[in-house]
Design a protein around this ligand. Structure first.
Ligand SMILES: [Zn+2]
Length: 110
């Protein structure tokens, strides 16, 4: 866990500006470089994509399995519900990573 070198505020690992005093944490003292920030943005975007794809795949499997419920056993139907839930969870994760990428981008412009 990092701390602001100016006010001592506990900071998020990804913080580029201090949330308490607003000091820029980008510089040689913190090891933050624009390139590293860009890498973080790319990583967050990449993760968002993976989660989005997983969500689509899981929900599709869930819907297909759920349809099978109509002509088959309850167990498969429950399986479908589980997949849809997992898919929704992945969508939430994708949203979080996208938010992180946007937040980092915004900080980069400061
Ligand atoms: Zn501070």
């Amino acid at each position: 866990m990092a701390h602001c070198q100016y006010c001592g505020q506990r900071l998020d690992e990804d913080a580029i500006v201090c949330s308490a005093c607003g000091a820029s944490l980008v510089g040689e003292n913190t090891g933050w470089q624009e390139l590293q920030i860009q890498e973080k943005i790319d990583e967050a975007k990449h993760r968002a994509n993976i989660h989005t794809i997983s969500a689509i795949v899981l929900v599709t499997i869930g819907i297909v399995a759920g349809s099978v419920l109509c002509i088959s056993s309850n167990a498969i139907g429950l399986f479908g519900v589980a997949f849809v839930c997992l898919g929704i969870g992945c969508t939430a994760s994708a949203g979080r990573h996208e938010l992180k990428a946007r937040r980092l981008k915004k900080q980069l412009k400061l």
